[in-house]
Design a protein around this ligand. Structure first.
Ligand code: PMP
Length: 330
């Protein structure tokens, strides 16, 4: 019989798949690392597992403890899944702008979700940041992973994502492309690949136009999970050789084409990363092997990127009054 002892044992070891249609006319081999096949549905399962195990080892997280983190998305799912396995409780704090669907996913895993008003300044006692800090102090045995400052976040990629890519490409990868949020993925994976290749692998970040990583100030953008208005401790400024800024419009166009042309239903930050990889590939040769990491799946974005009315309301598609979503037969 072949089975895993627990769903958490299936985190990592995600496949690489060749992009065939979007890459027409380009010379290098472009391979996508498909992170939505992780059991929690995203790359964040990797960091959740490592952050929790490191906190257990250091004694910061003890049996019966509670994990408190301000997160509304993928990191929460990963933490909740691992917490369930190990018997911890989870409390996630998220701003009220986060959709009810996303909050319900966390609740479905058994987590408690505390919702804070978006329309208050960070120093306000009810702000997202202050509420999570207060909960950490009030709840006995509480531990806050803090994915933006926890060294185990990049370390998880140094020890898993990087070695997987090196092994899967037989050491032939020449370029690694990833979007940058906390910076954990690009810093950990990039550092491993550079060390393994004696500096031969070029590491390229993809960033929403307006975010700090590509020289912006944090101007709003719609792609989720990437870009910042501050420099997190988990981002290692020495690793990326280049940052390619990508507009929302281009990110979403490529996201939709990944579904219709490649059969990859993925999130908006995946389209952004692939857009950067394609731009990079234009100047490369047949000898190059580009690996681009796709952080999550597209089902969490059906009412946004994959909805024509939403796209039109932001000017990403010509005005459409039908309210149809992708795939509707009109
Ligand atoms: N895409 C999505 C959808 C994410 O949730 C994240 C994590 N914030 C990223 C990309 C970026 O990954 P990292 O935090 O490792 O830079």
């Amino acid at each position: 019989m072949e089975y895993a002892e627990h769903i958490v044992d299936l985190v990592g070891n995600t496949p690489l798949v060749k992009l065939n249609s979007l890459t027409k006319g380009l010379k290098p081999l472009v391979l996508a690392k498909v992170e939505y096949v992780n059991p929690g549905g995203s790359v964040k399962d990797r960091i959740a597992l490592r952050m929790i195990e490191a906190a257990e080892a250091s004694g910061e997280l003890r049996p019966g403890g509670t994990i408190v983190e301000p997160t509304s998305g993928n990191t929460g799912v990963g933490l909740a899944m691992v917490a369930q396995r190990k018997g911890y409780r989870c409390v996630f704090v998220c701003p009220d702008k986060v959709s009810e669907d996303k909050r319900n996913v966390l609740r479905a895993y058994g987590a408690r979700v505390v919702v804070c008003p978006t329309a208050v300044p960070p120093e306000h006692p009810d702000s997202y940041y202050n509420v999570s800090d207060r909960l950490v102090h009030e709840i006995e045995g509480a531990w806050k992973p803090n994915q933006y400052a926890n060294p185990e976040n990049p370390a998880s990629h140094y020890h898993s994502t990087g070695p997987e890519i090196w092994r899967q490409t037989d050491g032939r990868v020449t370029h690694f492309v990833a979007g940058v949020g906390t910076g954990g993925t690009i810093s950990g994976t990039g550092r491993f690949l550079k060390e393994a290749s004696d500096g031969g692998v070029r590491v390229v970040g993809a960033d929403p136009e307006g975010s700090v990583y590509s020289g912006g100030t944090g101007r709003p953008y719609l792609v989720e999970g990437v870009g910042e208005d501050f420099w997190p401790e988990t981002y290692d400024r020495e690793v990326a050789d280049e940052i390619i800024p990508v507009s929302d419009a281009h990110s979403f166009d490529i996201t939709r084409r990944l579904a219709t042309e490649e059969g990859l239903l993925v999130g908006g930050s995946c389209g952004m990363a692939v857009a950067a990889a394609l731009k990079l590939a234009e100047r490369l040769t047949e000898d190059d092997v580009v690996v681009v990491l796709l952080p999550d799946g597209g089902r969490g974005y059906l009412t946004k990127v994959f909805n024509d009315s939403w796209m039109s309301s932001y000017g990403f598609l010509p005005p459409d009054s039908s309210g149809a979503t992708v795939g509707d037969v009109l």
